[in-house]
Design a protein around this ligand. Structure first.
Ligand code: MN
Length: 747
């Protein structure tokens, strides 16, 4: 243990709680004892003291000491969710890491890894909730679930928001509105999906009060006015039933189920009815205390329907067939002698707990509910699966294993506007760009992830905020094929590669047509297809592609066409077009290379005699690059960079014609190279770039091509370089120019 930790331990031991804090602590401990299976008093007390100590002197908007907030959150954890003491401790400390000097390491030292894990989770999802502005609650929920590995993290966040909403009146109006809309849009639906109906209702009423205070006040006032009449009616309605149930020794509670204000409002809106008509639909709930069973619910049903006439159509048995979210209850609607309809719900205490607290209640009743199958969403399915499987573990073990390992195949990322996008796991910025729009994908030149420039091929993580920087022209790269996972991006790249190949083939066809015109022969497409097969090409297109790429000698084709045209047939065997001449060429050049070079590879230095060579203009190799030579059928060697796509194609299809080449030591020529520069646009940027090149690098520039858009600058500088070192120097220097974000070699 470090000295600092020892100090803090001592400080916590010495810390004196004041009177108010002491009574808060004993309230909280009492609540824990009554609501939780077991409570480690020491753990909760230590967390309580660290909470008071670390928020010491800080006040809330209301003027109250800040520590009261985490204490209230801890109380909600114990009272509403009643899960365990670790989540109570984490609730007490949920704001410490974010707002005070307390670190996660310290928390782990003082408490245990679980408490650390919970607080870390809350801090992280708070960031997501607070920094994003999203209306897609559904996707948002998935995001939260995939980020929060432990469901207790989400519950602490709910409790935190609930207390903040309860005390929202102290904030300025603007902030109130922002929080309320956010809560309505995100927390409400989330709470609903978790089956936390009581919390959801409270969220809705608290928000409604802020968003539409007049309607809220109107309904609240009406409810108050009607309260007496309502209670009287319920009393009269229930009296005979209560007597009968008591006579039969039932233990029960009756709730008049006052609907929450927002749901009354929504019904008024939806059904276009005045308050009275909505409100006068009475609903009464009979809750049977433990150890009553579901059979007892049926006995209560029979007592009620003995007294009042049921409407058969309105009977629902959610006990035998629970709702998807685990809800169980008997529903019936009966008519009083005065002709008033009353809805009656009958359920056990356990069923009521699950109806109110949803998922959280499942901890209390470990075996959970059994489910129907309609409208089951993935989440509830999964929860049910976990809950249904027989588990011998203790309750706490169960909670620990309760990992939210759902939605593992998807990640959720944000656009700059805070819009959520769902992508498959492993997606890159390129996938994201295509997801936004195919045009964005085509024109993407760089990406910013969480405000930082990154290469387009970078893989994305959950919660990343991604901005794509586009240029004016299409900027696709065949190599991206390896960096994309989405169908959209793959399809477009495949199309692009095809187009590119077609272009090379078109060039090859042109070469052929010129040669044919010069030699005064003509051949139809059909004939060319037929003849191409003698060179072992699949079709004429493939042959033209090779001609275009400089890999197949057009003269060979010419000879064959000429022979075919004059004789109407070809006498030579296929062999003659192929291997022998190949070997000869290979051998000849290799021997020449050995004579001149280092014995292993062909030296390229411009002084070689006997070997004609040229640089492939698809990849513009410069000294220092890894290169390969490709012996073409007309006898010269084309030098490609070994990472060139065309070279790869040739290696795949014609590996025997590849020859090792290497650069000679001293090369005096200059090579053309290009770099792409991306950065924030500013006045004088181009000047600074050319200055750096000319002055400090003594580099001549052939051309510069710039475009700028939306404050971003993209430039392609074509320069004369002596070798790779030189080019790398240039890249390094240009990267240091103010405002420049990314410099890459450009082909
Ligand atoms: Mn908080």
């Amino acid at each position: 243990m470090t000295k600092v930790d020892t100090d803090i331990r001592e400080e916590i031991e010495r810390y004196q709680l004041d009177k108010k804090q002491q009574s808060e602590l004993s309230d909280l401990l009492e609540l824990c004892h009554s609501k939780l299976d077991e409570t480690n008093d020491e753990l909760v007390t230590k967390a309580f003291i660290l909470c008071c100590k670390s928020h010491e002197g800080v006040k809330r908007a209301s003027g109250e000491p800040y520590y009261l907030h985490p204490i209230e959150v801890a109380k909600i954890m114990a009272d509403d969710f009643n899960i365990d003491d670790e989540s109570v401790a984490a609730a007490l400390l949920h704001d410490t890491v974010e707002d005070t000097s307390v670190t996660l390491n310290l928390i782990e030292e003082l408490f245990n890894p679980t408490v650390r894990h919970l607080i870390d989770g809350v801090t992280k999802i708070t960031g997501v909730f607070e920094s994003r502005d999203s209306k897609q609650a559904e996707t948002f929920m998935k995001l939260i679930l995939s980020m929060a590995e432990d469901i207790r993290v989400v519950l602490i966040k709910f409790a935190d928001r609930l207390h903040n909403m309860r005390t929202i009146s102290h904030l300025p109006r603007q902030k109130q509105l922002k929080k309320a809309t956010e809560t309505m849009e995100l927390y409400g639906p989330l709470a609903h999906r978790f089956g936390l109906f009581k919390i959801k209702n409270e969220f809705e009423d608290l928000c409604f009060k802020v968003i539409d205070p007049n309607s809220f006040k109107f309904i609240a006032r009406k409810l108050k006015e009607k309260k007496e009449a309502r209670e009287k009616f319920i009393g009269e309605f229930m009296e005979p039933i209560e007597n009968e149930l008591e006579g039969q020794k039932f233990k029960f509670e009756i709730k008049g189920r006052p609907k929450h204000i927002y749901s009354i409002y929504r019904k008024m809106q939806r059904q276009q009815k005045p308050f009275e008509e909505i409100y006068d639909l009475f609903a009464i709930r009979v809750i049977l205390e433990d150890p009553h069973t579901k059979e007892d619910c049926w006995r209560v049903y029979s007592v009620i329907t003995d007294w009042y006439t049921p409407i058969p159509k309105r009977f629902r048995d959610f006990i035998s067939v629970p709702k998807a979210n685990g809800y169980q209850s008997l529903h019936t609607t009966v008519i009083t002698k005065q002709g008033r309809k009353v809805e009656v719900q009958i359920r056990t205490r356990k069923m009521d707990d699950i109806a109110e607290h949803g998922l959280a209640a499942h901890w209390k009743y470990k075996e959970g509910a059994t489910g129907g199958s309609s409208e089951l969403d993935k989440f509830v399915h999964w929860v049910r699966d976990v809950l249904d499987s027989p588990r011998p573990d203790a309750a706490t073990e169960f909670v620990k294993d309760f990992q939210l390992n759902l939605y593992q195949d998807e990640i959720y990322v944000f656009t700059p506007n805070g819009e959520l996008k769902t992508l498959p796991k492993g997606a890159s910025c390129i996938d994201f760009a295509f997801e936004i729009h195919s045009e964005i994908g085509e024109r993407a030149i760089a990406a910013k992830v969480n405000g930082k420039m990154v290469p387009l091929r970078q893989k994305l993580k959950i919660g990343d905020q991604v901005e794509i920087i586009t240029g004016n022209k299409i900027n696709l790269n065949a190599d991206w094929m390896e960096d994309v996972v989405t169908h959209k991006a793959k399809a477009r790249l495949r199309q692009f590669i095809k187009q590119k190949e077609r272009k090379v083939a078109d060039e090859g066809r042109e070469v052929w047509e010129k040669r044919a015109a010069k030699g005064k022969v003509e051949a139809s497409d059909q004939e060319l297809t037929k003849l191409s097969k003698r060179f072992k090409f699949q079709n004429a297109q493939d042959m033209f592609y090779e001609i275009g790429a400089g890999a197949f000698d057009v003269n060979k084709l010419f000879e064959v066409v000429k022979e075919f045209k004059s004789k109407g047939r070809i006498d030579r065997p296929d062999q003659e077009f192929d291997d022998p001449s190949e070997d000869e060429i290979q051998e000849h050049y290799i021997s020449t290379a050995r004579a001149v070079g280092d014995g292993k590879a062909l030296l390229v230095d411009g002084e070689l005699t006997g070997v004609k060579y040229s640089y492939a203009n698809c990849c513009n190799p410069i000294p220092g690059d890894d290169v390969v030579g490709f012996i073409s059928r007309n006898g010269d060697v084309k030098i490609h960079r070994s990472n060139c796509k065309n070279a790869h194609h040739l290696i795949r299809t014609d590996s025997e014609r590849i020859i090792d080449v290497t650069w000679a030591k001293n090369i005096d020529t200059h090579f053309l190279g290009a770099v792409k520069v991306i950065g924030e646009d500013r006045v004088g940027l181009v000047n600074d770039l050319t200055e750096v090149l000319a002055k400090s690098l003594k580099t001549n520039m052939k051309s510069i091509n710039v475009s700028s858009e939306g404050g971003m600058f993209e430039g392609i500088l074509t320069i004369y370089v002596s070798d790779l070192n030189h080019l790398e120097n240039i890249i390094n220097r240009l990267e240091r120019v103010e405002g420049i974000k990314n410099v890459i070699r450009y082909e």
